[in-house]
Design a protein around this ligand. Structure first.
Ligand SMILES: [Mg+2]
Ligand SMILES: [Zn+2]
Length: 193
């Protein structure tokens, strides 16, 4: 089986507005152009994998079943556009746990689990996120890293090294990825024909 390239996607602040502990569909607002950008990436051959810290579970603000319910609604909404999420991984723990879990970003656990489950080629994959902890998780997993200026991105931007590319938002990051991916189709036909 050949390994597949993937885009690891932070959720809050990268895909949707980070309103703080988003767990209800009513609080989930796609950032502009994101679903369309996901469609382009998927049509170009990338697996789409959400990797999200959900410390609200450990803090008792909501439960794992709420995370899963929102995940289903996000997936259903994307389906209308023809986008299928290939993986959705979350860390329900909080910072400061002793011993610390292996999945809370900046640890690379979510990415490594996905790579093992889905057969992903980490060296051909990207992580897109808005926090330094996203970037650190990506670097630790050995994927290329992109910071977006949505969410907390402007705060994180001074902390990244030149190794990490920075774009205004996920659609801009997707344009860059598609130009860089030599073996994948940079201009996918969006009507599916
Ligand atoms: Mg985020
Ligand atoms: Zn965890």
């Amino acid at each position: 089986m050949s390994l597949k390239p993937a885009i690891f996607l932070d959720r809050d602040g990268t895909l949707n507005e980070d309103r703080g502990y988003v767990w209800r569909w009513a609080d989930f607002y796609w950032l502009k152009g994101v679903p369309e950008a996901l469609l382009k990436l998927q049509k170009a051959g990338f697996k789409l994998v959400v990797v999200t810290n959900q410390a609200g579970v450990a803090k008792g603000l909501y439960q794992e079943k709420d995370v899963l319910a929102l995940q289903r609604l996000i997936a259903e909404d994307l389906k209308k556009l023809g986008v299928t999420l290939d993986g959705y991984y979350f860390c329900p723990h909080r910072s400061g746990e002793r011993p610390p879990c292996a999945c809370r970003k900046p640890a690379p656990g979510l990415l490594l689990k996905a790579a093992s489950d889905l057969g992903l080629a980490l060296n051909a994959s990207y992580l897109v996120g808005d926090k330094i902890s996203d970037i650190q998780a990506g670097l630790a997993a050995g994927v290329q890293t992109i910071l977006v200026r949505t969410g907390y991105g402007l705060t994180a931007e001074p902390e990244v090294t030149p190794k990490t590319k920075v774009f205004d938002d996920l659609p801009k990051a997707a344009d860059y990825i598609l130009l860089k991916a030599p073996n994948l189709d940079p201009n996918p036909n969006l009507d599916g024909s």
